[in-house]
Design a protein around this ligand. Structure first.
Ligand code: CUA
Length: 341
């Protein structure tokens, strides 16, 4: 290979590495692309810490290089390890520098935490998020109990509003993380944590569980959908309604099958006989973008596959594989669920 060709290959490789590194900074889970004020404070400290670490790494690499390039000398020429000159380096490099570095990081962190409220009453909306293996139970609280409602795996918020999210868990420790909107916070059994979520611009922000919680930890995802206030109000209005009832024979058959088979023992569909409390509320299932907590897109085909063989799509999930339905019943159930807008 000619020198020119080699240098071209080398620069292509460097460009590829650099673009891979920057792509990692810009993805849907990137803390470097903040979507709200709390996340902006986290992004600022992330840049400071990253820059500081690059600086420390460069200094260390430089020192290693200097050591490697120095004339080595003979053993007799070296000072003994307990000579006063060598001790100074151990005290300065081994204690002084780490204390300095950690103190700077500590002060940066404490400064950032002041911009991230957790226990304020000055909020526009109250939501409770309950962690389950492996999905998110989302309850919109309201002083008026008639106006409360429950959904799952999809948290809608109005743009600009301060949303207090109360975090709980029914089983093990999970962690609520929407990298573009806030830092992580754990959901702990028998303990309540709170954070204030705020999105500066409309959009779909991806979130996921950030604490290992069992086999399907990696498939415990959710969406935060920030929308203009009037669009959010319309969404709330729809969610507060019980499931719509249709007279179409297929949808009636689907609803009856859902109520009569095991589905209704675990899931609730408000306005029907399905009142289960251990699995996601499906009252407005058709309006959601994903199924199985962000694992699959919410399409008719995926839903049928999920009902028939959930255990192969998400091994270990509490949803059993229900392979006993004939195809007409399966079509009716999925058509009914899709109609729950
Ligand atoms: Cu829930 Cu990891």
């Amino acid at each position: 290979m000619s020198g020119r060709a080699r240098s071209l290959t080398g620069s292509a490789g460097t460009a590829l590495l650099a673009s891979a590194a920057f792509a990692a900074c810009g993805g849907p889970y990137s803390t470097f692309r903040p979507g709200g004020p709390e996340a902006a404070a986290v992004a600022t400290i992330s840049w400071w810490i990253s820059g500081f670490m690059v600086l420390v790494t460069l200094i260390m690499a430089g020192l290693v290089l200097v050591g490697a390039l120095r004339r080595r000398g003979t053993l007799a020429e070296h000072l003994p390890v307990d000579a006063p000159d060598d001790k100074r380096w151990i005290i300065f490099g081994g204690i002084g520098v780490p204390v300095l570095v950690l103190t700077i990081l500590f002060l940066l962190t404490v400064g950032t935490l002041r911009h991230i409220p957790s226990a304020t009453d000055d909020v526009d909306l109250d939501v409770e998020v309950i962690g389950h293996q492996w999905w998110w139970d989302i309850r919109y609280l309201d002083p008026d109990h008639e106006r409360r409602f429950t959904t799952a795996n999809e948290l809608h918020i109005p743009v600009g509003a301060k949303v207090r999210v109360t975090l709980k868990s029914v089983d093990v420790i999970h962690s609520f993380w929407v990298p573009r909107l806030h830092g992580k916070l754990d959901l702990i059994p028998n303990h309540t944590n709170r954070l204030v979520l705020q999105a500066g611009e409309p959009g779909v922000y991806r979130g996921e569980c950030a604490e290992y919680c069992g086999t399907q930890h990696a498939n415990m995802r959710f969406l935060v959908i920030a929308e203009p206030p009037e669009q959010f109000a319309a969404w709330v209005n729809r969610q507060q309604q019980p499931a719509h009832t249709s007279t179409s024979p297929q949808l009636v058959r689907g609803r009856q099958a859902f109520e009569e088979y095991a589905c209704g023992l675990c899931h609730t569909i408000r306005g029907t006989r399905a009142r289960g409390q251990v699995a996601p509320d499906l009252t407005h299932f058709g309006s959601r973008q994903t199924i199985a907590a962000g694992t699959l897109p919410n399409t008719r085909a995926r839903l049928q596959a999920w009902i028939v063989n959930a255990q192969s799509l998400k091994p270990g999930t509490r949803m059993p594989s229900l392979s006993t339905f004939d195809s007409e019943t399966l079509n009716a159930i999925t058509a009914y669920l899709a109609s729950l807008q």
